[in-house]
Each structure stands twice: as structure tokens, then as C-alpha cells.
Design a protein around this ligand. Structure first.
Ligand SMILES: [Zn+2]
Length: 106
């Protein structure tokens, strides 16, 4: 399933809304991953205290040209098993290398 098909999935699973963010809790997190996560980069801009989505150096990303640090993230849709809602999950990729918190796909 592609990232932009979440509306269909929400209908299919009889869950409403969307637009909610899934927040990792300490310990066990039970979610169903609905699509392949999109990997993307973000630059932290300390001046504005906001993240800027990286469009890629080859596409003329200014923060890249300015050598601003980049955080790699994975973004995808999940069903949060604690309340059954479809949510967007922005996962710092570094989490995939840690044992905690635990993410179960159920
Ligand atoms: Zn960039």
C-alpha cells in the first residue's frame, strides 16, 4: 500500500479520521503498519526552531547546501491498537536500532 492510500484503508478498516499522530509510549507499542514507511530527511533550523523537510541536495535543498544537520525519519500510517485509530507515525530512524520502545506489528 502506498502512503497516500490511507483514506481507503481507513474506510476498509472502518476507522475514521486520520490526521492524528501516533506517539511512541515507553515500553510496548502495538500498531499495525499500513504501508511501507517513506524515508525522508529533516533539517533542524535553530533560528526558527522548526524542522525543514529535506528536498535533496540534487534538488537544490538550501539547508543541505549550508551543511545543516539532517535527521532521517520514516513516515507512515499505522493503526494504533490501543484505540483502533489510523494515525500518522513519524519514526526517528534511530529508533529502529534501539530495543526500546518496542514496536509490535499486530
Ligand atoms: Zn536537505
Amino acid at each position: 500500500m502506498k502512503f497516500n492510500q490511507y483514506q481507503e484503508v481507513a474506510k476498509q478498516y472502518g476507522v475514521g479520521g486520520g490526521g492524528d499522530w501516533f506517539n511512541l509510549k515507553e515500553g510496548e507499542n502495538r500498531v499495525r503498519l499500513l504501508n511501507e514507511f517513506e524515508i525522508y530527511g529533516e533539517h533542524w533550523n535553530p533560528a526558527t526552531k522548526k524542522y525543514i523537510t529535506c528536498i535533496g541536495k540534487e534538488n537544490g535543498c538550501k539547508p543541505c547546501a549550508a551543511k545543516m544537520p539532517i535527521t532521517v525519519r520514516a513516515l507512515g500510517w499505522v493503526i494504533d491498537r490501543s484505540d483502533g485509530k489510523v494515525k500518522l507515525f513519524k519514526m526517528p530512524v534511530s529508533y529502529t536500532h534501539l530495543t526500546l520502545p518496542t514496536i509490535y506489528s499486530v
